[in-house]
Design a protein around this ligand. Structure first.
Ligand SMILES: NC(=O)C1=CN([C@@H]2O[C@H](COP(=O)(O)OP(=O)(O)OC[C@H]3O[C@@H](n4cnc5c(N)ncnc54)[C@H](OP(=O)(O)O)[C@@H]3O)[C@@H](O)[C@H]2O)C=CC1
Ligand SMILES: O=C(O)C1=N[C@H](C(=O)O)C[C@H](O)C1
Length: 260
């Protein structure tokens, strides 16, 4: 039985994941967290499972913590997980480069699965985009990334769009900070050959759409993934938690978990 804790359990992802953990016979949910100020600390999430403000307060030490919150909450969690020697599954997005380095450092001491998107479809999209970028490099194709998410999303562009941009830059042999263009306005001039546009829209209840365009004069290739339910991410996180529970320290992605 794997002991699991879920952070941000009042949130869209945290709530769904904690519910799936409760239904899974391989897991025991030992506690969930929320912000100290929410007024739920000490109250029951479900029968026998309480809200805590830290994983350190839980009556049983979790083997794995699943985290879909905010960067500031994840950074605090890194310290606590290091102290308790607990594995982590991090789905949170919106980290700065420095914050990502902190995750890498912590993974020298504990096993961490870190991925901006836990769905199989998006992880295949990552592979496809790498292949197509390599194949079209230096052949005059413009590459642009579009993403759409629900009106409640806090970070932009999405973590997935940023990962797509990194994959494209890696496969072009370029530094992303030198080629990324985040939106356009005014007399910006003609498009430069190596620009990679990253554009974010926010509307309604869109779960998560990502398209990468490869366009040249006379044709356009579009690779699109549309998530229609958050279960696709939540189920990916559950698979990752089972996978990482007995791994040695290291930084892993969903490629490792899914074996793709
Ligand atoms: N990797 C993936 O596959 C996916 C990643 N995500 C990412 O997951 C994250 C969460 O998304 P979503 O569930 O929609 O967001 P929500 O805002 O619905 O949920 C986040 C939850 O975390 C809580 N929280 C904030 N700070 C703390 C803290 N210090 N301790 C405990 N809980 C805290 C929030 O509370 P409060 O409301 O008070 O701030 C909220 O309940 C985002 O970064 C999103 O991009 C989302 C879907 C898939
Ligand atoms: O906030 C969301 O909802 C999502 N966030 C992730 C991201 O930023 O890439 C993944 C997914 O698209 C949903």
């Amino acid at each position: 039985m794997i002991k699991v804790a879920v952070t941000g359990a009042k949130g869209r992802m945290g709530n769904l994941i904690a519910s799936l953990v409760l239904q899974d016979k391989d897991f025991k949910l030992v506690g969930v967290t929320e912000r100290e100020t929410t007024g739920v600390i000490g109250k029951e999430f479900s029968v026998g499972v309480k809200f805590y403000s830290s994983i350190k307060e839980m009556p049983e030490k979790p083997d794995v913590v699943i985290d879909f919150t905010l960067p500031e909450a994840t950074l605090k969690l890194l310290e606590e997980a290091k102290e308790l020697k607990t594995a982590l599954v991090i789905g949170t997005t919106g980290f700065s480069e420095e914050e990502k380095r902190k995750i890498e450092e912590t993974a020298q001491e504990i096993p961490i699965v870190f991925s901006p998107n836990m769905s199989l479809g998006v992880n295949l999209l990552f592979k496809l985009v790498a292949e197509v970028t390599k194949a079209l490099k230096d052949k005059g194709y413009d590459i642009e990334i579009f993403e759409i998410h629900h009106r409640f999303k806090k970070d932009a562009p999405s973590g997935t769009a940023m990962r797509l941009a990194e994959i494209i830059a890696e496969n072009l042999g370029k530094d992303l900070s030198e080629i990324a263009v985040y939106g356009r306005k005014g007399i910006v001039g003609e498009r430069k050959p190596n620009e990679v546009g990253v554009l974010a829209a926010r509307m309604g209840d869109v779960v998560g759409d990502h398209t990468v365009f490869f366009a040249t004069l006379g044709e356009r290739l579009e690779l699109t993934h549309r998530a229609t339910s958050r279960e696709t991410f939540a189920r990916g996180a559950i698979v990752a938690a089972k996978w990482v529970a007995n791994k040695k320290a290291g930084l892993y992605t969903m490629f490792d978990v899914l074996g793709i």
